[in-house]
Design a protein around this ligand. Structure first.
Ligand SMILES: C[S@@+](CC[C@H](N)C(=O)[O-])C[C@H]1O[C@@H](n2cnc3c(N)ncnc32)[C@H](O)[C@@H]1O
Length: 202
């Protein structure tokens, strides 16, 4: 069972489990970003994605249920000289601010189905009209691969789950397939993922 304490343990120590560089897909989406956009980095772990977004000039809230992860995120932001608001909260139960964000980054956040649906409802509420959702998560084809991801199959994502949870959003990109990961010690090598860039209709 995934718990905040289990993640606290994984994040204890100086190393960054998924590296300090941002997720490559998020980085590829740079042309969609603009300084001043309000961003939510959901399940941001040790903050690599939130801090990178802040360095692009976005106003970033980094949320994770691991207090250890969020402390490391705050320290990374300070080290890079960028502002980052950190929130320690359960993504399935957070009080998502209505239209509070122009971008939500949902990168490798794998929740049990009920929690996933609750977090998705929150994210849909929190997206401003015209706002973007960028998502990259492992799919069932990842099972058996050693490049990362949860062991419990019900936590995995698929194109169909994206379509089911976020069907009201405009699809700018929705791909399922193999990528090559080079993200710290935990995400290394060929991996099976779904990637999505979705936009709330304005
Ligand atoms: C695989 S890590 C990815 C971290 C970060 N998104 C990245 O790409 O570096 C998954 C993260 O999701 C967080 N997480 C899992 N379930 C959560 C929940 N219910 N609420 C908030 N965070 C959660 C974990 O604490 C962990 O930081």
């Amino acid at each position: 069972m995934s718990t905040s304490l289990a993640w606290d343990e994984r994040f204890a120590g100086g190393d960054f489990q998924f590296g300090e560089a941002p997720n490559r897909y998020l980085e590829e989406l740079r042309p969609w970003l603009a300084a001043g956009m309000r961003a939510l980095a959901l399940g941001d772990g040790e903050g690599r994605n939130g801090v990178w977004l802040a360095a692009q000039g976005l106003r970033v809230t980094s949320l994770d249920w691991s207090a250890v992860g969020m402390a490391k995120a705050a320290a990374l932001a300070e080290r890079r000289g960028v502002a980052l608001a950190t929130v320690v909260a359960d993504a399935a139960a957070w009080d998502y601010p209505e239209s509070g964000f122009d971008l939500v980054a949902w990168i490798y956040v794998h929740l049990p189905p009920e929690d996933r649906a609750a977090a998705a409802r929150g994210v849909l509420r929190a997206m401003a009209p015209g706002g973007l959702l960028a998502l990259e998560c492992f799919t069932p084809a990842q099972q058996g691969r050693r490049s990362g991801g949860p062991k419990m199959p019900e936590l995995l994502w698929s194109r169909a789950i994206v379509e089911e949870l976020f069907g009201e959003l405009e699809v700018l990109e929705l791909l399922e397939g193999t990528v090559s990961l080079d993200e710290g010690p935990r995400h290394q090598g060929p991996a099976e993922v779904v990637r999505a860039l979705l936009r709330k209709r304005g």
